[in-house]
Design a protein around this ligand. Structure first.
Ligand code: NAD
Ligand code: GLY
Length: 360
């Protein structure tokens, strides 16, 4: 097991990464002993992992109950949150209770938000079971539900007490979800660590083959990089925005084809290729490095081209992106592999041409 630290003063917390961890009572005991615990999950994840987690919690001296939400992004709503809160109140869980979020990013975001608001806030532990959740959504304290007018439009910053990332969970993850998680792993390399990009280029086959050592190393490095950014800029006043590399184009892709058609990681993958192309046109990245961006994404079996929509439609969808500050579109560009910057004032023609060059 490797343990990393998210350094946030008195709200610092560990990220434990290894195989078989979610059934380890010792990882829960410090936070859960003597407490009532609501394990929030969905039926897919619960069918594999709820039993071991509940047993571990009971052996850690806690009294767990489970609250299941529907599977899928469509469950990340106010209505589901209301049902979760209702179920916890019906169980008479008090302010001294704890939430355990057992699942992918949907469960993690919703359960984290429930923890942020239940009786004015209670603690929670993240037990992420998708690769995307292990390398991204479980770390950093962003919690939210969606609104009909936009994704993640209602939420809170609420850091967990601990993250328990069990690599063995990934054995049951569908291939497509694994690849979507790899997109976020690759993203961390592109924006923050050129050596990690090289390592990914050399080890992509092992990751796709679910080699546990390779996965553990990729998850650890990703979490380390994300933890450094979060520690430096918890509330996204500046540097944390770099984690959104590829997301401005990616959000437009997800919305343009209709949510659910493309997985988030797939849209971010094609979005990163567009952002690299834009970096070349803006003069911050060499064409050969942009080719490496596309090659690595392609080697993970991820899309390197966006769906065919009018570039104007992309622009329209991107205007509503959260990074359009004061009406000006801003983009995260690469300044070489392993370095990123947030830039506004780009030539609109460059943006349009980059989209057109990277469409199916
Ligand atoms: P998800 O939670 O929908 O999980 C994907 C699918 O895999 C689901 O059907 C789920 O039931 C299933 N699943 C989960 N673990 C499994 C396992 N071990 N074996 C088999 N099946 C399993 O999707 P996701 O990609 O994990 O998360 C996407 C969500 O994360 C989005 O809502 C996104 O907004 C959010 N997100 C949040 C942050 C953040 O910082 N909070 C960052 C990135 C993404
Ligand atoms: N997923 C981007 C962030 O956590 O800031």
């Amino acid at each position: 097991m490797r343990t990393l630290d998210v350094a946030l003063a008195d709200r610092s917390y560990p990220i434990h990464i290894g195989s078989g961890l979610l059934g380890e009572p010792g990882l829960y005991a410090r936070h859960a002993a003597g407490r009532r615990v609501a394990v929030i999950s969905n039926p897919v994840v619960a069918s594999h992992y709820l039993g071991p987690v509940q047993q571990a919690l009971a052996r850690a001296g806690a009294r767990p109950v489970s609250v299941l939400i529907e599977d899928g992004e469509q469950a990340k709503t106010w209505e589901t949150l209301d049902r979760v809160v209702g179920a916890m109140l019906a169980e008479q869980l008090g302010r001294d209770s704890l939430i355990v979020a057992l699942g992918g990013g949907v469960v993690g975001d919703l359960a984290g938000f429930a923890a942020a608001v239940y009786q004015r806030g209670i603690p929670f532990i993240q037990v992420p079971t998708t690769l995307l959740a292990q390398v991204d959504s479980s770390v950093g304290g962003k919690t939210a539900v969606n609104h009909a007018r936009g994704k993640n439009m209602v939420g809170a910053f609420h850091q967990p007490l601990a993250v328990i990332a069990d690599v063995a969970c990934l054995d049951t993850l569908p291939d497509r979800e694994l690849r979507a998680g790899i997109a976020e792993v690759i993203k961390h390399g592109f924006i923050l660590d050129a050596d990690f990009v090289e390592w990914l280029e050399a080890n992509m086959e092992r990751l796709l083959g679910r080699d546990r050592d390779a996965l553990e190393r990729a998850i650890s490095r990703s979490c380390e990089l994300k933890a450094q950014v979060v520690a430096a800029d918890e509330r996204e006043a500046g540097r944390r925005a770099l984690l959104n590399f590829g997301h401005t184009f990616g959000h437009a892709i997800e919305a343009g084809v209709g949510y659910g058609e493309w997985l988030h990681g797939e849209a971010v993958a094609a979005g990163m290729v567009m952002a690299a192309e834009l970096s070349v046109r803006a003069g911050t990245l060499r064409a050969e490095d942009a080719a490496r961006v596309a090659a690595l994404i392609g080697s993970a079996g991820l899309p390197v081209r966006g769906p065919r929509l009018a570039p104007e439609r992309y622009l329209e969808l991107m205007q509503v992106d959260k990074k359009a500050a004061g009406g000006e579109m801003r983009f995260i560009l690469l300044e070489g592999l392993g370095h990123a910057t947030l830039k506004g004032g780009l030539d609109a023609r460059h943006v349009r041409d980059s989209i057109a060059a990277c469409m199916q």
